[in-house]
Each structure stands twice: as structure tokens, then as C-alpha cells.
Design a protein around this ligand. Structure first.
Ligand code: GDP
Ligand code: MN
Length: 401
């Protein structure tokens, strides 16, 4: 989970990092009110999940209420690299003497944590890496050992930070490491970390990526809601505990196992279609899971057909078949469903579907034939939905083979 700047700063604050005071604002009036409380000058900052906001005009210093209104009005609704700005962060402005860079992330190849510090901050760090790789001081940290303040002092010295910034920067790095480890982040990045004109070291930007696999340890993460940043479908899926990623095609996909779900996407592509999503229902596939999966896919207006691709191993195909039928009695699904069930108890599953099947469920014996059928159906615009016949026996007594 990627946090936007203000969420990252609020996360940093829990670990004692020095962040300037600020408030969120979703309207011009809220921005003005926040600025009045904070005092001038303030910085008006777009809250979107991309870097380079400054260059794009999404970060502006304002010296009066009028300037706040002007900048807030310009930045709200602005499109920054495909992200529309819906929220601002209004922050007490800082007098900057120097801009640095600092981060911790995981170096997967080295199987160690990696700290990076540079005296060339404020600019795109990838650019610094390219132009002047020596301008970045690196330190690998073994998670079993952690890192001492003394080592961090040496790191900021190696990076060439101004002498009067070094102690403050080392202390910030120590807290940043705690935040990274205890806060279960994959990345914590401060760009710029600044030396103020009066000799303080402050955090002016924050980029935090939380490790989703650690969410069970952090009930408080549920509070980190973000308006409009996450795909609506993904939000619903998440609330139902499904592994779902929204895509742009018209074939809704349900599969068990991430590998099979990805293969299904590939096969749909191969036969000329495009998947509307990735959805892995995992090991359990009872009627609840199926109903949730179908419901999530059904909220996507682009979906024309749903391809259910299940390989029965530990999970039994007959359970899946019953799950689908039960789910169809609970949720109104407007698309046709192409079903491929293979593996444990597949014969029994086919029998269950054939017995109860309506025009809505079409069984196919292989993944390839199922994908072909689905893509064919998706390609016929205006195929009428059949919400009235869900789960009820079709007039022709079944279309499966
Ligand atoms: P980014 O462009 O998305 O990385 O957004 P940043 O939060 O890093 O802001 C971009 C730049 O705006 C920074 O590198 C600073 O130069 C400038 N900036 C941000 N906050 C302040 C501030 O409080 N005072 C001043 N003078 N400049 C700021
Ligand atoms: Mn930045």
C-alpha cells in the first residue's frame, strides 16, 4: 500500500520524525481555513501518488489567504501524470537552506536493508543515480543487527551533508529506520530532507510504502483510507478479503490460485480478448467466496462476460459448482458465465451444473475453449443481461456438455 505524502508524514510523526505542522483540505475554503490556523507562509501541496508534483505545478508557497485560494483553486482538479488531485496538504512553510535525500528500502538481491543518503536532494533521485552515482552514499543493514547512531553519523558524513546538519540528519535516520522496521514498510523516503536557514533538519516530503503482508499486525492501517486513489472495485474486493486487481478489458476473471489466474489472463489475451480483472479466490471457494467474487466483478460496467476457471486440487469441483449456484441465488449477475471446472470431482461438478444450469452458465471442458467462448461472448455488444433467470433452471435444460 502506497501512502500519499500527508499520510506518510503522519506515519513518520508516530516515530518522532520532525514534520512541519499541516492540515488536509478538499476544497478551497478548507485550504483557506487551514492556512489561517497555521499562519503564513504556507505550502499548498497536491496529494497524489506520484512524484514530481513540484515540477508539475502541484506544490506552491502562498503568503496570504488570497494566494492560498488561488493556488488551491489551481491545484484541486489538476491532472498530475494521470492522477487527478482531490485533496491538498496545507503545511507551514519552511525556509530552506539545503535539500538532501534519505531513504531505507529492501535490497532484495542482497537480502539486506539498504539506506541511501545524498546531499543532492529535492531532485529526482533516479536522475542523480544516472548523472552522478557517487553522490549517493549507501549502507547495507542486516536486519538482525540493526543500525547504530554512530554508523548513521558516518553515513551522513560520507554523503557530504553540511556539518551542521549531520547530527540532526543521523538522528532522523535512526528514527526513520525504526519507522521502516516497526512500521512494516517496504520503503521510506524523504526527498527533500532539509536544513533550514536556522540550522534545523526537517522532513519536507514523505514517500511510504507499507508491506501489505504485515497488515494483520496493524489494525490501525484500516484507518488509512484514501479518497479516489484506489480503484473502487479494488476497495470492495479488499473489504471482502479477495485478491483482486482491476484491469481494462471486458472479460471478468475468477480463478483459484494466482498462477492459474495469471495463465487465464494470458489465454484470454491469446485468443484476442482482454481481461477486466485479475481475481484469485485462493483455496476456499464456498458460496460466500463465490458470491463475493461475482459481486465485485459485477460492479465493473466494462464486464460483458465472466470466465470462471477452477482447477480442483485440494478444493473440490463439486463444492465450487454448488458455491456458484448458491452465489447466483444471492447476487444479481447481469453477465453470462463461462465455466471451466477441471480436477477433483469434476464429473460430479458437471452433473450439478447441468442439472441446474440456465442459459446463463456455459460449461467448457478446457481453459482454451472456455477463453474462446468468453471472448466470443464479450465481443457481441448489446448481449442482454439476464438478471431474472439467475440460478433458475433454463428452458433448454442445460447448455453444458
Ligand atoms: P515532489 O515534487 O512531488 O517531490 O514534492 P516535494 O514535496 O518534494 O516538493 C517539491 C519541492 O518544493 C521541494 O523540493 C522544495 O524545493 C519545494 N518545497 C516544498 N516544501 C517547501 C517549503 O516549505 N518551503 C519552500 N521554500 N519550498 C518548499
Ligand atoms: Mn519530493
Amino acid at each position: 500500500m502506497d501512502l500519499v505524502e500527508y499520510q506518510g508524514k503522519q506515519y513518520f510523526e508516530r516515530y518522532g520524525l520532525p514534520v512541519p505542522p499541516g492540515e488536509t483540505a478538499d476544497t478551497v475554503a478548507e485550504a483557506e481555513a487551514a492556512a489561517e490556523r497555521l499562519g503564513y507562509p504556507v505550502v499548498v501541496k497536491a496529494q497524489v501518488q506520484v512524484g514530481g508534483r513540484g515540477k508539475a505545478g502541484g506544490v506552491k508557497v502562498a503568503y496570504s489567504r488570497q494566494e492560498v485560494a488561488e493556488h488551491a483553486g489551481n491545484i484541486l482538479g489538476m491532472d498530475i501524470k494521470g492522477h487527478v488531485v482531490r485533496r491538498l496538504w496545507i503545511e507551514a512553510a519552511t525556509d530552506i537552506a539545503k535539500e538532501y535525500y534519505a531513504s531505507f528500502t529492501l535490497d532484495r538481491a542482497a537480502k539486506l536493508h539498504l539506506a541511501m543518503v545524498s546531499a543532492r536532494g529535492g531532485v529526482d533521485i533516479e536522475q542523480v543515480v544516472e548523472e552522478d552515482p557517487d553522490a549517493i552514499a549507501r549502507l547495507h543493514v542486516n536486519p538482525l543487527d540493526g543500525v547504530t547512531l554512530q554508523t548513521l553519523r558516518e553515513l551522513v558524513d560520507l554523503a557530504g551533508l553540511d556539518l551542521r546538519a549531520q547530527e540532526g540528519a543521523a538522528e532522523i535516520l535512526a528514527k526513520l529506520y525504526d519507522c521502516y522496521i516497526e512500521g512494516d514498510a517496504d520503503l521510506v523516503e524523504i526527498n527533500p530532507l532539509v536544513l533550514t536557514t536556522d540550522g534545523q533538519v526537517r522532513v519536507l516530503d514523505a514517500k511510504v510504502t507499507l508491506d501489505d503482508d504485515a497488515a494483520f499486525r496493524h489494525p490501525e492501517w484500516a484507518q488509512i483510507a484514501d479518497l479516489g486513489q484506489i480503484d473502487e472495485r479494488e476497495r470492495l474486493a479488499k473489504s471482502k478479503g479477495l485478491q483482486y486487481i482491476g484491469l481494462n478489458g471486458s472479460v471478468g476473471i475468477i480463478a483459484n490460485g494466482a498462477g492459474l489466474a495469471m495463465s487465464t489472463l494470458d489465454v484470454v489475451n491469446q485468443v484476442g480478448g482482454a481481461a477486466a480483472n485479475f481475481l484469485d479466490i485462493g483455496g476456499g471457494a464456498d458460496s460466500d467466496v463465490m458470491a463475493n467474487a461475482l459481486e465485485v466483478i459485477n460492479t465493473d460496467p466494462n464486464v460483458r462476460v465472466i470466465l470462471v476457471n477452477i482447477f480442483g486440487g485440494i478444493v473440490r469441483c463439486d463444492d465450487i459448482a454448488r458455491g456458484i449456484l448458491a452465489a447466483l441465488e444471492r447476487v444479481d449477475i447481469s453477465s453470462q458465465i463461462v465455466l471451466r471446472l477441471d480436477g477433483t470431482n469434476e464429473a460430479e461438478a458437471r452433473r450439478i451444473i447441468a442439472e441446474r444450469s440456465s442459459e446463463q452458465i456455459l460449461s467448457e471442458p478446457t481453459m482454451l475453449s472456455a477463453a474462446r467462448r468468453a471472448v466470443e461472448l464479450a465481443g457481441t455488444p448489446g448481449t442482454p443481461g439476464r438478471p431474472g433467470t439467475l440460478g433458475t433452471p433454463g428452458p433448454r435444460g442445460g447448455s453444458s456438455e
